[in-house]
Design a protein. Structure first.
Lengths: 303, 275, 303, 275
């Protein structure tokens, strides 16, 4: 038997495979493809205080080994989330983490308070780093002071696992990471998308209606690994590695670099069964390599 | 057996699966038809639905590519797609040969639906937009509903190379942009010209093609108060409702539908078609 | 006839195709593959005051659609550059831009002064942004004040075209860009490599001896386009687009986004004839599209 | 005709070119030999030189992959490479079939060189490191220099499947890690055992294989004061001196050589081989 469980603060995941926010809907979209309870956990699409319809079409574009998106946090708002999505999420045995986005500290607090008072979930991931919302999302995540403030404010509201998701579009991700850690974050998600852009040379128009967007997919993996490495060496709390994971080798690369868990994003679009497959493949890998606990892999980088 | 279901709009459970290419036909230098063996998809798919294909085991191209189901043979257990090479994904698809397996998700999306009042279906296709309509023709034939197809293309080439369409539709109007065959002009122009001749209560319009064409059809339908369904094509990140990349404006412009999960077939009066 | 010429300050390039520093040696390495005089210009490998042997092996690693490098500015130093490389560069008709790297402002000035007094070249590109030198290179380029100071110091020494090469590994590249502009830079090169990392999961060792390195190649193009877009909108001086250019479509994408010229980097390793091919292909493109001047393309983004 | 040049080390002008695969042989499940038509490369290449191959017109894998020239036929205008599938690049290379063209740069690098005093060449190969040495054997045969090959492998499989080597070398010592054929143990152990038997002034050592093997050979050569050349393999970004990614420490450790432009063949006393 292999023990794939990992801890993020007090939250115990049965395995380190999570799904990344915005790439897995509210889980229901994948119920026909996989057994959601085989996952370490689900991270929902961002939930905001008010409903958001998101940005105009086109809001995705394929790039080489990656994709750009500027969905713009489209979501039905926290009230509809509670009535329409939460019952399904509550019916699952897997851990549920709600990704929360907001324009003000108050709104972060409001969303989480509402969910807490509606039965709660297993954890919250603060999206201080979405590059596709003009009003301030990106500014939050690039400023250690504001990131710290948001973390502190939310920390007061919930004892659940509190994760802060960091943007790579900064000079020093470790500074932001330390700010979140010192204000009580239980874990850090590294990383959100890189700011990117693509232009159609025939029409000479940007491929996204918002001109720039967030780059994800295997093309960004080396950047994500470097960011995880930097953050792991800057903080004591666990780090969740995200960026370009397409297969088991990628999962192992993040774990070896020091991530305690990982999230699969873009890959869900291409192979909706990938997350369950990765959990199974990781177990098989450990079995065949006589690895009894993930502690033998996590952070075991030979430098 | 299949023919009753179309009278209500369907959504089916999509499956992540593989199918074997059993036949490949080069229709034109850049247009291909593939017959893919898959008993479930051939059995449960309805006109308007599509499959989302992963074009290689490589990471480039990264995303799947959606293609309408253009015909099924439920007994023999295969379905067909008809596609044009426009980029790297379709270029690779065109390189596949019979015997090879393709990874696909399907059937996806909703289907066209038929009102019980309808005596005649008016189908309007622009170019390869004929693909889902060909499947609809197959159904209408079984339902014994009269049908008229307006099919516009830039030149006559595809008409000549793809007689399948002619064979499945008795009343067929060709239009070409260059006048090389049929009506010389846009399919929407011809359509606007002839639409007054039909008894509006008893007809339904089904259209698929480029957005400017759909916009025009939408207008004509509204002006004439005719029930009209549009099958849309948008970029798709996933095809099954997860990425939210396939948004289509609602008629009011105040919210979005999603082509893959709310469509690809929309009631023309519900949406605003982008220019 | 098509006029492909572009101006960077007072420097007129016969076409906008340059080669990126560190990927084209001193040009001589490519003389057997192409006619160097068909290029808009050559940017040399970084030249430093003292010789540098660079970082230990392994210092390159392939990643998906990209590569990591941590060469570490290996070069023979400015004196050997002058005796061993400059005569060849002087024999060329194409424009020659020397990429200069240094640990102190004084060293930047020294290198350029020495080259100026040895016959000079057509321009200098200040490498304030190399992620592979620990001593300070990266710190320089992430600080607008220091970037400004270096620019100002060098500006006093030479009237030649002065280009500052920016790093993408910052929160706000436009701030750095404006600092360089206001201190007299004639043009800006955007961008240097992204910090990246890769781990061999079998040995569990980083693929580079320096652990992290610089990511280049087609994988980074969307990031580069976004950075060029940001800088073009922040400054008045011309921008040289760099990052992942593999073919004519990429060149056009950068030009449409607003770059006045481009540099080809990693692609030189794969196709040593690419730079000359791009110059020819760009001319053919303009001919067949009835474009008489590049001004009809540069910055012609339809937003 | 070719045989005289080896007496001095050569460097040739590399060309960016294409060659047609005219033959492909699967030596083992993961070892292949390709014969590639290219008159210039077959004519001017010297043992030790290599070609750098672009494996597809795709951007993944991105960089070229270097392979030693293992044989040439200047008259017929082809050369051969022998390779093992270890990753994506070699996997793709193994999929190519006769008739297909490959994009290559070559010949690259320097060659082995022969001293006029040399009466006997001692060749030491580890696994596929035999590739450049096989070409050297071809030359030595023409020069009528006596030669002894020490070839180590993990198992006997490659020896049996690749009789070409046996045919080109009269004096041949096999070693296997598992003892399934020849000497049971490392090729370096056998080599160290037998080296005292040779007249050291009249021999030269030529070795190619994994770095730990080369380190050992380097040691043995130094201890016995024998002239020794090592053909190195490093990662290569370009193959022609532009990327500086193929660095090898000089003996003093104070500077670097570059495998592609200063090597791949080095005088053992000039370099420090990484462990
Ligand atoms: C529901 C649905 C059904 C479809 N059915 C068919 C079909 O039956 N036959 C067929 O030939 N094609 C069909 N398409 C379109 C088909 O999916 C695209 O042609 C294909 O994805 C192009 O892939 P590619 O890699 O070759 O081109 P790419 O390199 O991805 O694209 C080339 C160019 O076309 C644009 N483009 C690609 N797809 C679309 C799109 N869907 N809408 C607008 N612009 C686009 C791209 O932005 C780019 O400029 C359908 C699309 C949808 C959404
Ligand atoms: C001058 C020279 C001559 C060569 N001649 C031959 C030959 O005749 N036959 C042959 O089979 N191979 C030869 N090689 C090695 C060959 O180039 C590699 O096997 C090939 O590049 C692997 O490509 P890949 O995409 O299959 O593997 P990748 O996926 O690129 O690599 C798989 C693993 O092997 C490691 N690796 C790859 N290449 C090297 C290398 N050169 N040194 C150390 N580690 C490496 C990678 O880091 C990775 O861990 C030669 C290399 C050089 C430098
Ligand atoms: C279409 C799309 C939508 C996304 N939406 C969100 C979101 O709502 N909240 C968030 O924190 N991250 C969002 N992300 C970022 C992902 O969660 C993830 O951080 C990123 O895609 C990198 O991982 P990947 O390379 O595996 O996709 C989104 C990504 C994509 C591709
Ligand atoms: C091997 C290698 C060495 C490089 N050395 C330098 C250097 O010395 N100075 C510099 O300013 N940039 C250097 N660069 C960065 C390139 O000039 C360029 O900015 C970067 O590679 C992005 O362009 P590309 O994607 O086209 O390669 C180097 C890049 C590579 C790949
Ligand atoms: S294509 Fe992903 S939601 Fe429609
Ligand atoms: S491989 Fe590029 S310098 Fe040697």
């Amino acid at each position: 038997m292999v023990d794939l469980s990992v801890k993020l603060g007090n939250l115990v995941l049965s395995n380190p495979i999570l799904t990344a926010s915005g790439t897995f809907g509210s889980g229901e979209e994948f119920a026909g493809f996989i057994d959601l309870n085989k996952l370490g956990g689900i991270v929902t699409k961002a939930v905001t205080r008010e409903p958001r319809i998101g940005n105009p079409y086109p809001r995705i574009a394929e790039t080489l080994a990656g994709m750009l998106n500027s969905i713009g946090l489209a979501n039905p708002g926290v009230e509809k989330f509670i009535t329409q999505k939460l019952p399904f999420l509550h019916s699952l045995k897997t851990k549920v983490i709600v990704n929360v986005a907001a324009k003000t500290i108050d709104d972060f607090a409001h969303v989480i308070r509402r969910i807490e008072s509606s039965g709660g979930v297993d954890g919250y991931e603060l999206n201080v780093s979405c590059p596709n919302v003009k009003e301030g999302g990106i500014a939050f995540g690039t400023d250690p002071r504001i990131t710290g403030k948001i973390t502190a404010a939310v920390r007061k509201i919930t004892a659940k696992c509190l994760i802060v998701k960091l943007t790579p579009n900064v000079t020093s991700i470790s500074t932001i990471a330390r700010a979140a850690e010192s204000e009580g974050a239980d874990a850090l998600s590294v990383m959100n998308t890189l700011v990117g852009m693509a232009v159609d040379i025939h029409s000479r128009r940007p491929k996204l209606s918002t001109i720039t967007g967030g780059l994800s997919g295997p093309a960004v993996k080396p950047v994500a690994i470097a960011r995880v490495y930097e953050v792991v060496n800057a903080v004591q709390i666990p780090v969740i590695g995200i960026g370009g994971i397409m297969g088991l080798e990628d999962v192992l690369e993040f774990l070896i670099t020091g991530a305690s868990a990982i999230q699969v994003g873009t890959a869900n679009f291409i192979n909706p069964a990938i997350s369950e497959e990765l959990a199974a493949n990781l177990e098989n890998y450990c079995l065949s390599h006589h690895i009894k606990t993930l502690q033998d892999i996590i952070g075991n980088l030979q430098t | 057996m299949t023919s009753d279901i179309i009278t209500t709009q369907v959504k089916t459970t999509a499956q992540l699966t593989t199918g074997k290419i059993i036949q490949k036909r080069m229709v034109l230098a850049d247009v291909f038809k593939l017959s893919i063996e898959h008993s479930r998809i051939s059995r449960i798919s309805k006109p308007g639905q599509f499959v989302n294909i992963k074009l290689s085991d490589q990471l480039t191209p990264l995303l799947r590519r959606p293609f309408s189901i253009t015909a099924v043979n439920a007994e023999a257990g295969w379905f067909e797609i008809l596609f044009k090479v426009i980029g790297e994904g379709t270029r690779r698809l065109a390189l596949l040969e019979p015997g090879e397996m393709i990874n696909l998700i399907g059937p996806l999306g909703n289907s066209f639906w038929l009102s019980s009042q309808t005596k005649r279906a008016l189908l309007v296709a622009g170019g390869l937009g004929v693909a889902p309509l060909a499947f609809l023709l197959q159904h209408l034939y079984q339902l014994k509903i009269k049908k008229t197809l307006f099919w516009g293309n830039q030149t006559k080439e595809l008409f000549l190379a793809y007689p399948e369409i002619k064979h499945s539709c008795l009343e067929l109007f060709y239009t070409t942009d260059d006048g090389s065959m049929g009506y010389h002009g846009l399919v929407t122009d011809l359509f606007a010209e002839v639409i007054p001749k039909f008894e509006h209560e008893a007809v339904q319009i089904f259209a698929c093609g480029p957005n400017p064409m759909l916009q025009k059809i939408q207008q004509v339908a509204t002006q004439n108060g005719i029930d009209c369904q549009l099958s849309l094509e948008t970029l798709m990140g996933c095809g099954f409702g997860a990425c939210m990349g396939c948004n289509v404006q609602s008629a009011s412009g105040e919210s979005y539908f999603y082509t893959c999960s709310d469509g690809p077939v929309f009631n023309a009066k519900d949406i605003k078609v982008d220019g």
